[in-house]
Design a protein around this ligand. Sequence first.
Ligand code: ASP
Ligand code: MG
Length: 420
Amino acid sequence: MIVYKFGGASIATPERMQALLPIIKEAQHEVVVVVSAMGKTTNELEEIVQAACNNKAHAHELAHALESKHLDYASQILSPENYSEAKQILAPFFTELQWAIDDADRARFDYSYDQIVCIGELLSTRIFSLFLAQENLINTWIDARALIRTDDTWRDARVDVAFTTAQVKVQLTPLLGSGQRVITQGFIGATDNNQSVTLGREGSDYTAALLASMLGATSVSIWKDVSGLRNADPKLFPDTVQIPDITYHEVIEMAYYGAQVIHPKTIKPLHNAGIPLYVKCFLDRTERGTIIHANDTQIAYPPIIVWKREQVLLQVTTLDFSFITEDALSFLYDTFARLKVRVNMIQNAAISFIACLDNRPEKIEAVIKALSPTYKIRRNEDVSLLTIRHYTPEILFGMTMNKTILLEQKTRNTVQVVMM
Ligand code: ASP
Ligand code: MG
């Protein structure tokens, strides 16, 4: 039993989807295929969410364009008969999208986001499943919302592992045993009220890892448009190098600091179950790619650079000059935890506390509201957080020389800088 995950780039066009056939054919029959939304669909859906909260007519226009795009894609890859079947199969999702737009509301932004954004994966997997069937690759399409049960932390839902494992055993194991491939969505799930949720951007990797650990898979392969993990994002830096082998630990650190390579929650289930993760290139399936595993004997890493943008630095100072004691710290942490705000870096001094947070305006507002009775708050927007693992002084200097450094922290292995 193996798990394959295909990201948005691998199915961005009908030609790309077509080109995945040999990969699926060569895989053993017992395979769970986890698929993202096509190309940049999730970004487009995010725009629809914004519009749905401001201007519903515009949101419906955008939704209509998204619908045409998917139908056009399906018509290119499916025979006329299969295409007319696809139109019927996809119609309920377009309706679901219309309803979610009508129901969307700024006061419940994150909730509305999940109801709208989940549609991308539902559409892409349906089309993919029909295409594979057309090519005689027998498969069963599963709505991941019937498998992945979560809480209602919208846009970052926490999976109920016990419940989900039971569902996976009941629904997937028999199918795989009878030689059916399973096609399902990454990134989405549902609460016990059947409300859709998402697991955080790039969450399909996490879905693949969860399903693999629950099914006892022998490996997970993530198929990307690059030939493996690199030491920095090639879209941001010119001279990157490939990393052929890397430990779970190193990858979890990279992802945690914001590398967009793999969803941060992906590694834990794989590590706990001892399942290796292959990062492979769908453009050349013969390339070895990167292997992520437990064995850390003598891997010499290059400096690994993660640049996380859209950050906000909050400086919180006591109004009455009282110290930031352990009690105050525990209140501050408790506030972040209660408001489900992710803190990327912190530092405290006598009467102030500094936190670097993802720029999620509604969450930042909630934090400010909760803290302002006791603290004066200053914020710097548009800052970025640079993390370098295995850094050298030269690399650090090169990357920060023309910037204003607002905060810097170093350990033996890692340096982090908040800068603008
Ligand atoms: N489609 C989602 C995203 O773009 C999830 C994923 O690709 O993993 O973030
Ligand atoms: Mg993706």
